[in-house]
Design a binder for this molecule. Structure first.
Ligand code: KG4
Ligand code: ZN
Length: 334
């Protein structure tokens, strides 16, 4: 049988990315141009700047991915592109590049949901076993997603306010750490002790999350300490904040795994790169050997196009085709 070759394109936020994937599970090339350095001095992603960087980079990144794969456009079975959610101006750059290539080379076009992509980062190198539960923790999303089959997504819990990554970035800003704050807090947390008393938002009886109360508690605790002339070591605050986030993420995931009797747990999104979270999940699932825990390698946790191509391959095989009037959908539901 002929190999299925899919080009993936991702431009939803601050990484311009293209990748070629074979049979939905094997990386042939994977190119990511990060804009983090440009956004750093503004303390977060500036949408207009992101769009302009994507325009500058998109052709170069796609050509690089094709070259590294030693592939020609005529070899491709499909082009998969992130259609949403994300920054509209950023998404449009990828969508338009994908449409132009699809039209010029007569290659089928497949729009992919960004979070579905994050989940499918876990199919690279491993076949999925259903039913499974995905813990999605990114800069914009915190969700528990139940999957009973390929590309079937049922959200059983989600954040009611801030996403986990968003909370990391906001707390990092409070601690005067550079953007993106997640990796900075992760690093500091390992040098500190979780000795600051912070709340855990359990939202009993639901699989929902809430992180804005925790963020406020960090700000208030630092403020009150400063007023008393005391200081809290940033390392200890980072460790305490991280512990609170991890306790809730792991606790709720284990609870859902038991309730839904899933065979696998997949972890997805930028916060899945967190060393503390990876360790805590491994520890928790050591007691549940019948459930396989999968966490992608760090470079596949943060935004990339390999995951978009992996998900796009499954959608393509299921018959999904997007037309040339494909648009960018900033608030798309999974
Ligand atoms: O999935 P992603 O790359 O982009 C979105 O789709 O949002 O996630 C980015 C988020 C940022 O909030 C970043 O601070 C967080 O992931 N992040 C981390 C770590 N690495 C990235 N958070 C905690 N610990 C990390 N090591
Ligand atoms: Zn993402």
């Amino acid at each position: 049988e002929k190999d299925l070759l899919v080009l993936g394109i991702e431009t939803s936020c601050d990484e311009t990315a293209a990748a070629v994937i074979k049979n939905g599970t094997e990386i042939v090339s994977n190119v990511v141009a990060s804009q983090i350095e440009s956004h750093k001095r503004f303390g977060g992603v500036v949408p207009e700047l992101a769009s302009r960087h994507h325009v500058e980079q998109i052709t170069i990144v796609i050509e690089e991915a094709m070259q590294q794969a030693d592939a020609a456009f005529k070899d491709l079975d499909a082009i998969a592109v992130t259609e949403g959610p994300g920054l509209v101006g950023a998404l449009l750059v990828g969508v338009n590049a994908a449409k132009a290539l699809s039209f010029a080379h007569q290659i089928p076009l497949v729009g992919v949901h960004h979070i579905a992509g994050h989940i499918y980062a876990n199919r690279i190198g491993h076949e999925m076993k259903f039913p499974l539960l995905a813990l999605v923790v990114s800069g914009g999303h915190t969700e528990l997603v139940l999957m009973k089959g390929h590309a079937e997504f049922e959200v059983i819990g989600e954040t009611r306010d801030d996403a986990a990554g968003e909370a990391y970035d906001k707390v990092a800003r409070t601690l005067n750490l550079p953007y993106p704050g997640g990796p900075q807090i992760d690093r500091l947390a390992h040098e500190g002790k979780p000795n600051v008393d912070l709340p855990r938002s359990w939202l009993e009886g639901t699989y929902d999350f809430s992180f804005s109360g925790l963020k406020s508690a960090v700000i208030n605790t630092l403020h009150n300490a400063a007023q008393r002339g005391e200081s809290i070591r940033p390392e200890d605050m980072a460790a305490s904040f991280q512990q609170s986030v991890i306790d809730v993420l792991v606790g709720k995931t284990v609870e859902a795994v038991k309730a839904f009797g899933v065979k696998e747990v997949l972890v997805a999104g930028g916060v899945a790169a967190n060393k503390g979270l990876r360790a805590a999940l491994s520890e928790a699932f050591r007691d549940l050997p019948e459930v396989a825990l999968r966490i992608p390698p760090i470079q596949l946790c943060t935004d990339n196009a390999a995951m978009i191509a992996a998900c796009g391959t499954v959608l393509f095989e299921k018959g999904k085709r997007s037309s040339l009037d494909l648009n960018a959908y900033p608030g798309l539901d999974i």
